[in-house]
Design a protein around this ligand. Structure first.
Ligand SMILES: [Zn+2]
Length: 416
């Protein structure tokens, strides 16, 4: 039986030069709306001790001049994002003392280009000609029918044909250019479940993913991402001329982001394939809330990693869905502290970076594997790894990204 799923497809804009000024204005206005709403929420908060809800904020914002820079639904979406940001801050506050409320969107005197979402009456899609019309707000219209007409191209294996329902379109600034995200409802035929096995994943920074399969631990390091970062660094930070970043720096940013996307696709394909081959029908994915602060570096890094984790989880979910592997997001709280062998969660257990040492049962092993095993145990009926020998936490296999073949291979097969 076919099931309906939500997919997001990326379209690169073919007539970027013609539409980028228009999109820049909308992206700037979305930031402006965010900032005015943020300021308003702060003022009400100071006076009443409460953050205003989405409804009252929208009602207030409708009278602001900037509201009409965007299509009404697009403006409303900005307020919804702000409300969500306040909500996740409330949720986080229970866990971190240092969590900060959502901030303003500005870089010094300028504003960043925010994502602009176009809902039902904010866009008109022409799938036959790969075009989409995006609405502006009345402030930016010279004529009633003014809009931004984007010509786009998707990945070759993706078609936004008439059969696909596009729910909304987002214009996203990637740092070098705008791209379009089409959020679609798609019908797919799911495979039967891959099996009864359960696996767990720990997402991280050095090891992008660590998977606890029922019979083995596998590490997927981010070696090639690190190499790319190094390789493109100079070009990316190429001096900005009078007309913004140089051509070469734009090229480098685009190239690196393409390679990164490719890496995540290949990584998640490889993991789901391993699951299918090992009869794993359920995969528990961590949401890394408790990565040690020292690992994040500065806040910018944290944002970047959160974005990457989000993307990996998204890819795993939809690739898993097609191949009968159910991907479950589990809360990771405490999984890095807890011993996967005996369940002890003494704080002193995590001794060294990368190595987990349990003071109760004397387990010594790779900390990422221990975390992944704890994720697996959130779902598997056997607590504390009773269904396996934990000796393998110490000796995981490593699969490296091999540029030449574009696949992940065991360390022995990759010539470094
Ligand atoms: Zn232990």
């Amino acid at each position: 039986m076919a099931i309906q799923v939500t997919r997001t497809y990326v379209g690169s804009i073919q007539n970027h030069r013609q539409v980028c000024d228009g999109l820049d204005s909308l992206g700037d206005s979305a930031s402006k709306i965010w900032n005015v709403a943020r300021w308003t929420a702060g003022r009400i908060w100071d006076e009443t001790g409460k953050i205003p809800g989405e409804g009252p904020l929208k009602a207030y914002m409708k009278n602001q001049v900037c509201w009409k820079d965007l299509n009404a639904q697009s403006s409303q979406k900005v307020i919804e994002e702000l409300s969500d940001a306040f909500q996740s801050w409330f949720d986080l506050r229970h866990k971190y003392d240092k969590a900060n409320p959502p901030g303003y969107r500005k870089h010094g005197d300028t504003r960043p280009r925010s994502t602009v979402t176009f809902k039902a009456d904010g866009f008109k899609h022409d799938p036959k000609n790969n075009r989409v019309r995006l609405s502006k707000g009345s402030n930016f219209k010279e004529h009633f029918s003014d809009f931004i007409l984007c010509e786009y191209q998707t990945r070759p294996d993706v078609s936004l044909s008439d059969a696909t329902t596009v729910q909304n379109v987002r214009a996203v600034w990637t740092g070098g250019e705008w791209e379009l995200h089409f959020v679609c409802k798609v019908e797919i035929e799911p495979n039967d479940a891959a099996g009864d096995g359960v696996a767990g994943i720990d997402l991280g920074i050095t090891n992008i993913a660590t998977v606890a399969f029922p019979d083995e631990y596998v590490l997927y390091p981010g070696n090639s991402l690190k190499q790319d970062k190094h390789y493109f660094k100079r070009a990316e930070y190429d001096t900005e001329g009078e007309n913004g970043p140089s051509e070469r720096s734009m090229w480098a940013r685009r190239k690196r982001s393409e390679r990164e996307t490719h890496f995540y696709h290949v990584l998640t394909d490889a993991i789901i394939t391993e699951c299918v081959e090992r009869n794993v029908g359920t995969l528990a994915v961590s949401w890394p809330e408790n990565v040690r602060e020292s690992d994040w570096g500065n806040t910018g890094n944290k944002k970047l990693h959160t974005w990457a984790f989000d993307r990996i989880t998204q890819y795993l979910s939809y690739k898993g869905e097609e191949r009968g592997v159910e991907v479950r997001k589990e809360n990771e709280w405490n999984t890095s502290k807890t011993c996967s062998q005996c369940g002890d969660n003494t704080k002193s257990n995590r001794k060294h970076r990368g190595l987990y040492v349990c003071s109760s049962c004397e387990l010594v092993g790779n900390a990422d594997c221990n975390g992944a095993e704890n994720m697996r145990q959130k779902i598997t009926p056997s607590p504390h790894g009773e269904d396996r020998s934990n000796g393998c936490v110490a000796q995981p296999s490593t699969y490296l990204f091999d540029r030449e073949s574009g696949t992940f291979k065991s360390r022995e097969q990759v010539v470094l």
